[in-house]
Write a new protein. Structure first.
Length: 311
């Protein structure tokens, strides 16, 4: 089965250009008709009259051919315009049913997980609409979390929705006057960035940026009275790290804006190559120099230093 893909806007532009070219050629041909079909004889003799008659006949033939070419050109432009309009109408007619079919398929796939867990299998979470409402969670396999809504007066901003396996966490909503910003949603368990924390209202603190999973960047950004604190990647537990991720950068902390208020600290990524190398070197020296009391004491010190530098 063959498929045809048509860029309707390009077809319409080409038809307009061809119509302009045809109009220019028609004007040029009409302006030369009088001079080419009635050539005056340069002299009164029979030879001059015969030469003028031959050129006039050529001019008349050219005008006849030009009229036929102009008619063909007009028909071609009309057919091109009609074809472009037909493609545009077909795409407009098919857009609605295709979207409806796609939505029906997604609803069928997401029905079991919505019934059991209250969240879809595939799809983005809904953005909150009520003041201070939390964003919806994204799909378990794929989808971004919804954004939290801004809080009302004295109300904290809504929390951003969490992503599932792959996706970005939703952004937290801004807090109202005196309210804290909402925290960002957690990024995907395997891949995705954490959502940005919402700005706090006047006198409120900024929301914490969302954590992320195995691969991704922690969200960060709060503001107003006290800047929100960035979060570090958060799925894999590694050597005394609370909710430490493997690959990714921690989010930047928010800026404090009120007087005598400090900005939040930025999150950190655990996979620091320099500290990791020192840790491995310390362990290698423990195994290589494992004899003697003095060496054992030194080994203990190296072990503490190695873990301390990484932890």
């Amino acid at each position: 089965m063959s498929f045809v893909v048509a860029a309707t806007d390009v077809v319409a532009a080409a038809a307009a250009d061809l119509a302009g070219i045809g109009s220019s050629l028609g004007e040029a041909t009409a302006s030369l008709a009088a001079m080419t079909t009635a050539v005056a004889a340069p002299g009164g003799d029979e030879v001059s009259a015969a030469v003028a008659s031959v050129f006039s006949a050529y001019g008349a033939s050219y005008q006849a051919l030009s009229a036929q070419a102009s008619q063909f050109h007009a028909q071609f432009v009309q057919a091109l315009s009609a074809g472009g309009n037909a493609y545009a109408r077909a795409e407009a007619a098919n857009a609605g049913p295709l979207q409806a079919v796609q939505q029906d398929v997604l609803n069928l796939i997401n029905a079991p997980t919505n019934a059991l867990l209250g969240r879809p299998l595939i799809g983005n979470g809904a953005d909150a609409t009520t003041p201070g409402g939390n964003g919806g969670d994204g799909g378990l396999l794929y989808g971004n979390g919804g954004n939290g809504a801004d809080g009302g007066q004295g109300q904290a901003g809504g929390r951003g929705g969490d992503a599932g396996l792959i996706g970005n966490g939703g952004a937290g909503g801004a807090g109202g006057i005196g309210g804290a910003g909402g925290s960002g949603g957690r990024g995907g368990w395997w891949y995705g960035d954490g959502g940005a924390g919402g700005n706090g209202g006047a006198g409120g603190i900024g929301g914490a940026g969302g954590a992320t999973g195995l691969i991704g960047n922690g969200g960060g950004r709060g503001a107003k009275a006290v800047g929100g604190r960035g979060r570090r990647p958060a799925a894999m537990a590694v050597a005394r790290r609370r909710r430490a991720g493997l690959i990714g950068d921690g989010g930047a902390g928010g800026r404090g804006r009120a007087a005598r208020r400090a900005g939040g600290g930025g999150g950190r990524a655990v996979w620091d190559h320099g500290q990791r190398r020192r840790f491995r070197w310390g362990r290698w020296q423990w195994w290589r120099r494992g004899r003697g009391r003095a060496v054992r004491n030194r080994r203990v010190r190296r072990g503490r230093w190695g873990r301390g530098s990484w932890g």
